[in-house]
Design a protein around this ligand. Sequence first.
Ligand code: HEM
Length: 439
Amino acid sequence: MANRVPSGPEGVPFLGSSLQYADDPLGFMERVAREYGDVARIDVYGQEVYQVTDPAAIRRVLVTNATNYRKPSLGGDEGLGGLLGDGLLTSDGDHWQRQRKAMQPSFYGEKLDGYGEIIVRDTTELADSFSDGEHTDIHAEMSELTLRIVVESLLGARIDGMERAIREALMEVGERFQPGPQGFVPEEVPTPRNVRYRRAVEKLDRILREIRRQHEYTGDEDDLLGVLLDRRDEGALSDESVRNEMMTMLLAGHDTTALTLTYAWYLLSKHPEVAERFHDELDSVVEGTPTVADLADLDYLDDIVTETLRLYPPAYVVYRQAAAADELAGFHVPADTIVSTPQWVVHHDERFFSDPWEFRPERWTDEFRRDLPPFAYFPFGGGPRKCIGDGFAMREAKLVLATLGTRFEFDLVSTASLDFVPLVTLHPANPVEVTVRAR
Ligand code: HEM
């Protein structure tokens, strides 16, 4: 086995590179890759992390040697695991495996086709509420829309009138996971941030109970919540575990898709030539309201979503922890090492993408897709822990863009470029204000 030790920034005693990381996580990850290469060693928040940006090594971590790389519980109970418990995103081992198998059918095949109608109906309701010339925050609109869609599709309930409360509570929850030591002040310590967090979680739990009550009357016993409740009745799942899966769906099932849509509208507004081709394609394919069947003929729309996920990947880094020692790209990885695989860095690597900071949907030709090394592009992760909602999310993003795009354009109110705050996912630092223009 190789005994090469990767190099990395020196950092300062005790803090390592924590301050530089907290100041600008994205810039820091880019700089580390540029200066120290495809496997680099960094020291943040008292934790040694190997940053891996070689696609073949990433594939080894996520796929071919996945059994050696578990999900680390970063921050322990104070991290995301404290909120989502044994939900699918944060659990591991046998429980995760059984749950993944039980939940998988809700995300593929016929089930997925059925969600198309809900997506278009909810999006049409939003479109009907827009008026020409109106100003709105497109990130807030997309968050509330994707919340409605995920709750209706998977949990069999309507959340009319509660969207805003849920979105705001989720934002307060998200703040706790902002990079930086302050995020991990134990939950019991009544800092203002912790108090807001606790109240927000209580509010979300009340809403989840309300969704469950509604599901008893209106839900389908075959929808995802129906499947989870069946498992509970069989004694395979506790009530607490059902709650954890519901909370996971609320968070993982809306936030990343809302960000994808927000960034897509932002990029379309900044690139009129792309927007024109987007509208031309819609006008030639869609008659009236878009359907799932139309998606097969909307190739350019697919390129737009694919390129948006490359340029601004909502999941900008994935972490794992090595159980046993391993070798990655010629470097020795000791047991217990935390490994980070940052989409943010790899998706902007000139070795794989020419003019990587340019938004260019045209680059995604069949040939380009075929020749791209595996894991040079991995917005949904990969291997056994690959996003269970990848098909759902792609379908949703495309149908929402198509449904709104046939009727509207969104002009950015400010010409300033986007600033990001990397929370658990990559958020815009400010509201993304647009003017709604009827086409
Ligand atoms: C564009 C939208 C989305 C992006 C970019 C995204 C990204 C990801 C990534 C990168 C992972 C892997 C994390 C890891 O390996 O540590 C993941 C896992 C997961 N995602 Fe998504 N996701 C999206 C949409 C969705 C949707 C719509 C749902 C549910 C409806 C969802 C539910 C989940 C769940 C439950 C997991 C954990 C799966 C497991 O570990 O078995 N995601 N997602």
